[in-house]
Design a protein around this ligand. Structure first.
Ligand code: NDP
Length: 241
């Protein structure tokens, strides 16, 4: 039987592509979501992948969900921390509420889920933890102090936990996508996209969710055990760290 993989925010956008890519590789996948029941229902009907509704930023909800997934599907061996939101605004206009929401959903969620699977991964001497950061966590982005801080936080978290997990067969890596054609990016006004964003991308186009899913499948594989504490940039050449 394939290994058990959980994808947070696995029902839409990049997470949707990741869930399908892992399923095609033979993993037993569980996907989480937060509020969009219709998208989750459609995703489950199309893929047969079980879905779990909970707030990844909430410790108690994560605790219940991880226990449930473990009962339903099995002990989690691959965790993809993909759930994320944006609440953009210049710092001088940013509300405390929007700061907290972004840190909670993009960063606290990664602590919650990773903390809840790490004991079982250590006990089994195998684990793959892959978190979805962002180009804007690598370089900073005007209007996204909250998002840039949360996504940069994932880089430090990953390097620390990679050192802790190395002797136990657990790899911890981060992927930093550039601009990917999902609802999150398509919500950007068309003229901003065409005049400001696309000219900055040397390959001349947005990325596809499947291109990020391929990165996840690569890092999740059993034979990727020598890659840990790494950040895989997939941004069409927009930012070269
Ligand atoms: P989408 O908005 O398309 O999908 C987000 C997913 O996360 C949905 O399944 C959503 O659930 C879920 N989600 C949101 N909040 C929570 C929460 N509190 N608890 C659990 N699940 C939650 O996002 P994208 O696919 O565009 O982005 C996926 C990840 O990639 C994010 O971390 C994002 O920051 C990152 N990223 C995206 C880029 C892009 O260009 N799109 C670029 C760089 C990074 P529901 O359907 O219920 O709302």
């Amino acid at each position: 039987m394939g290994r058990v993989a959980v994808v947070t925010g696995g029902t839409r956008g990049i997470g949707h592509a990741i869930s399908i890519a892992l399923q095609r590789k033979g993993y037993r996948v569980a996907a989480s979501y937060h509020g969009n029941d219709e998208a989750a229902r459609q995703f489950q009907a199309e893929t047969g992948i079980p879905v779990y509704k909970f707030d990844a930023g909430d410790w108690a909800q994560c605790e219940k969900a991880v226990a449930q997934i473990t009962r339903d599907v099995g002990p989690i061996e691959v965790l993809v921390n993909n759930a994320g939101i944006t609440r953009d605004g210049m710092l001088h206009r940013m509300t405390k509420e929007n700061w907290d929401a972004v840190i909670r959903t993009n960063l606290d969620s990664v602590f919650n889920m990773t903390r809840l699977v790490i004991d079982s991964m250590r006990a089994r001497s195998f684990g793959r933890i892959i978190s979805i950061s962002s180009i804007n966590g690598r370089k900073g982005q005007m209007g996204q102090a909250n998002y840039s801080a949360a996504k940069a936080g994932l880089l430090g978290f990953t390097k620390a936990v990679a050192q802790e997990g190395a002797a136990k067969g657990i790899t911890v890596n981060v992927i930093a996508p550039g601009y990917i054609a999902t609802e999150m990016v398509m919500a950007v006004p068309k003229d901003v996209l065409e005049t400001k964003i696309l000219p900055q991308i040397p390959v001349g186009r947005l990325g596809q969710a499947e291109e990020i899913a391929r990165c996840v499948a690569f890092l999740a594989a059993d034979d990727a055990g020598f890659i840990t504490g790494a950040c895989l940039d997939a941004n069409g050449g927009q930012y070269m760290a």
